[in-house]
Design a protein around this ligand. Structure first.
Ligand SMILES: CC(C)(COP(=O)(O)OP(=O)(O)OC[C@H]1O[C@@H](n2cnc3c(N)ncnc32)[C@H](O)[C@@H]1OP(=O)(O)O)[C@@H](O)C(=O)NCCC(=O)NCCS
Length: 158
């Protein structure tokens, strides 16, 4: 029997420099103001936690997490437009949360455009809540757009 599309296995692994071309291609097809190849290379060089999700040898998504001083920041989380709504975004976010827990992170943060309802739904599903707003944070076609700051507490202090 042929496995349904959704059930084709996908694996998480560390991002390598050789993945940057595929990752940057997904980025370019996903955002109006995409990160360049150089930004991804810098994330790898900086030692951020950079992960790809791969399906039949094809990179279909990626995430980038920085961890410092008991806090973590999700810098990017993206799934190829052709492979969305198959659970890969959630798989990447689960991996991020596991990684942050292993690093004994107290709280994990991210910025998201308030217009990005799909991403906000994903984060809220995983227990993130809006804690602040950063005015004029993002570039937008007609000027700037605010960012919603979302966070999830992983470990209570004290
Ligand atoms: C946000 C994103 C990563 C979700 O990835 P995905 O693989 O499509 O998501 P999943 O299939 O794992 O879905 C997980 C949850 O996300 C939310 N979600 C995903 N697609 C959605 C949609 N079209 N409408 C509403 N909610 C949606 C739902 O809560 C969903 O849970 P459910 O299936 O139980 O309803 C993807 O849309 C994406 O890459 N967007 C562009 C990049 C981006 O905006 N990244 C976030 C930057 S902060």
């Amino acid at each position: 029997m042929i496995a349904p599309f959704r059930e084709t296995p996908a694996e998480l692994r560390s991002m390598a420099h050789s993945d940057v071309a595929q990752v940057a291609d997904i980025e370019r097809r996903s955002y109006d103001f995409p990160w360049s190849h150089g930004v991804f290379r810098d994330c790898l060089l900086a030692g951020y936690h950079c992960v790809v999700i791969e399906r039949e040898s094809l990179v279909v998504g990626y995430s980038i997490l920085s961890v410092a001083a008991g806090e973590a920041h999700i810098l990017n989380l993206c799934v190829d437009p052709n492979y969305r709504e198959l659970g890969y975004g959630e798989q990447l976010l689960d991996e991020i949360l596991n990684r942050a827990a292993l690093a004994e992170v107290r709280e994990i943060f991210l910025e998201v455009r308030p217009s990005n309802v799909k991403a906000i739904a994903l984060y809220e599903k995983k227990g993130f809540r809006q804690v602040a707003q950063r005015p004029a944070y993002y570039q937008a076609a007609d000027g700037r757009e605010d960012a919603a700051v979302l966070s999830k507490v992983l470990k209570r202090s004290g």
